[in-house]
Ligand binder design. Structure first.
Ligand code: ADP
Ligand code: MG
Length: 453
C-alpha cells in the first residue's frame, strides 16, 4: 500500500519535492486507523503536516480508504533504519485531521478546499492579474460578474489555487452558500458510479443544488460523451438559476478536442482568462511569501538565485525552495547563495543564468545612490538621467530583451532606449570615470550569475 501511496504522491508533485521529502520517509505501519509515517526531524514533521497531509489523505482515498488518517513521527536517529515494532512505539500522536473549510449540509459535496489556497496567499503579477481580478469579481458577486469564469494556463501556474480562493472567500462571506469543488476526473467517476448504483437522481440533485460549482481541469471532458452530456445539463441548471460556475483547463475551450459544440459555446459565454508563466519579480515574491509563511528567514539574494533557476512552473519553484530549506536544515548551515546552488545542483543542470532587468536597475541605483523608482521614473535631472541611461545600456548588453521591451520596462518607447544605448557607448569612449563605473556594474552583475559552490 505504501508504494501505491508513493506512486500517487509522485504523480502529483514535482520530482524535486518528491526526492527532498518523500524519499527519506519510512512507513511505521497503521495505528488506530492512522497511517504512521516516520520523518527525519521535527522540521520535516512540521513540513509534512503543513504541506502534504492532504495529498497523503487523497492518496489513501484514491486507494479506497473512507476516512484516511495520516500522522507523522520523528524517527529517533538510531532507529532510523528500523521498522518500529508496534508495541514499542511511543504514545500515538493524535492524527491531525484535515480542516474542512465549512460544514455543508451534504458532506459528500463539501469537498475540502486547500486552506493555503486563498486570495491573501496569491501573489499578483503581470502574468496573472487578469485572472486574479476576474476571480475576485466573481467572488464578490457570484453569478453576476462573469458566468462561467473560464481560467486556463499551463500546469502549476495557480488555476486550482484561484478557484479555491473564490471558494474560501464565498464560504467566509456567505456561510449559507453551498460550494462544490470537483476535478473533472472525480466528476466522471462519481457519475459512472451513480449510473452503476442506480443513483443518478442523487448525483444530479447534488450538483444542481449548489451556489458555486468549481470544476477543475475541464480539458479531461474530451472524449467523454456521457459525462459531457451530464455536465451540459448541470451547467444549464446552474446557469439558469444564476449560480456561479468556474472552470479551469490547460487550454482555451476552442482547443479542447472532441468537446461538444454546445458545451464549448457555453464555456465561452462568460469570461475566458489565462495565466502565464510568472516573471522574475513575481517568482521572487512568491518565494518570499512561502518563506515568510513557513517562518523561515532567507536572504533576498538566495531567493533570487532560486527564482532564476526555475522559470515556468510555480509548483517546481516551491519545490526548489523546499530543497534549499531542507538542505540547509539537514546540514545545519545558514542560507547562502553557495548553499542554494549546491542544494539545487543535482536537480537543475547548470545553465546560462540570465541577468534580469530589475537587477541591473537595482545595481545602478546602488552605485549612483538613487532609488530604483527614480531610475525607472520620469525625472530629468542629470544625476538620474545618467544612471538611467547606463541601466538601459547594460540591460541591452546583458539581457536578451528587445528595445521595445526595455522601453516598456522604463515606461518609454524604443527610440529613447536606442538613444540611451548610443549615448552611453559614445561616452565611455571619452569619459574614463564613466567607463569605470559601467565596467564595475557589469562585473557585479556577471558575478551574480556565476555558478557557485
Ligand atoms: P495549477 O492548478 O494551475 O496546476 P496550482 O493552483 O495547483 O496550479 O498551483 C501550484 C502551486 O503554486 C500551488 O502550491 C500554489 O499555491 C502555487 N501558486 C500558484 N500561483 C501562485 C501565486 N500567484 N501566488 C502564490 N502561490 C501560487
Ligand atoms: Mg490544478
Amino acid at each position: 500500500i505504501w508504494s501505491d501511496v508513493l506512486a500517487y504522491v509522485r504523480n502529483n508533485i514535482s520530482e524535486v519535492e518528491y526526492h527532498t521529502w518523500f524519499a527519506p520517509v519510512k512507513t511505521l505501519g497503521v495505528r488506530e486507523g492512522s497511517l504512521v509515517l516516520g520523518v527525519r526531524n521535527s522540521f520535516a514533521q512540521e513540513w509534512f503536516r503543513k504541506h502534504y497531509l492532504e495529498l497523503l489523505e487523497d492518496a489513501l482515498r484514491s486507494l479506497g480508504a473512507e476516512h484516511p488518517q495520516v500522522s507523522f513521527e520523528v524517527l529517533p536517529a538510531v532507529q532510523e533504519a528500523m521498522i518500529l515494532p508496534e508495541a514499542a512505539a511511543p504514545t500515538p500522536k493524535v492524527a491531525a485531521a484535515p480542516q474542512p473549510v465549512r460544514s455543508s449540509p451534504d458532506p459528500e459535496l463539501s469537498k475540502i478546499l486547500n486552506p493555503k489556497y486563498t486570495f491573501e496567499n496569491f501573489v499578483v503579477g503581470p502574468n496573472n492579474n487578469l485572472a486574479h481580478a476576474a476571480a475576485l469579481a466573481v467572488a464578490e458577486s457570484p453569478g453576476k460578474a462573469y458566468n462561467p469564469l473560464f481560467i486556463y494556463g499551463d500546469v502549476g501556474l495557480g488555476k486550482t489555487h484561484l478557484m479555491h480562493a473564490v471558494g474560501h472567500y464565498l464560504a467566509e462571506k456567505y456561510p449559507e452558500k453551498r460550494i462544490a469543488y470537483v476535478s473533472t476526473e472525480s466528476f466522471t467517476n462519481e457519475l459512472i458510479n451513480s449510473i452503476r448504483d442506480d443513483k443518478t437522481t442523487q448525483f444530479r440533485d447534488r450538483y444542481r443544488s449548489v451556489d458555486l460549482l468549481l470544476v477543475d481541469d475541464i480539458q479531461f471532458l474530451a472524449r467523454k460523451e456521457r459525462t459531457q452530456e451530464e455536465f451540459f445539463h448541470t451547467f444549464n441548471a446552474l446557469y439558469e438559476n444564476h449560480k456561479q460556475i468556474i472552470l479551469s483547463s490547460d487550454r482555451p475551450p476552442k482547443d479542447i478536442q472532441t468537446l461538444e459544440g454546445r458545451l464549448r459555446s457555453r464555456f465561452e459565454w462568460g469570461l475566458i482568462t489565462d495565466i502565464q508563466s510568472p516573471e522574475f519579480e513575481t517568482r521572487v515574491a512568491i518565494l518570499k511569501m512561502n518563506a515568510e509563511q513557513a517562518n523561515i528567514n532567507i536572504p533576498q539574494e538566495v531567493l533570487e538565485l532560486i527564482a532564476r533557476q526555475v522559470t515556468t512552473n510555480i509548483r517546481e519553484l516551491e519545490g526548489a525552495l523546499m530543497r534549499v530549506v531542507a538542505f540547509s536544515s539537514l546540514n545545519n548551515v545558514p542560507f547562502s547563495r553557495a548553499v542554494a546552488s549546491k542544494a539545487l545542483s543535482n536537480v537543475f543542470a547548470p545553465q546560462e543564468l540570465q541577468v534580469e532587468m530589475s537587477e541591473v536597475v537595482r545595481a545602478a541605483a546602488q552605485l549612483f545612490e538613487v532609488t530604483t523608482e527614480q531610475i525607472r521614473g520620469t525625472g530629468r535631472a542629470r544625476d538620474i538621467v545618467v544612471p538611467r541611461q547606463i541601466a538601459m545600456y547594460l540591460i541591452r548588453e546583458l539581457t536578451p530583451h528587445s528595445l521595445p521591451e526595455i522601453g516598456q520596462y522604463f515606461g518609454r518607447d524604443h527610440s529613447t532606449v536606442m538613444h540611451a544605448v548610443s549615448k552611453v557607448s559614445e561616452s565611455i569612449k571619452k569619459d574614463e570615470e564613466m567607463a569605470a563605473q559601467v565596467s564595475r556594474l557589469r562585473r557585479h552583475l556577471e558575478g551574480l550569475h556565476e555558478p557557485e559552490g
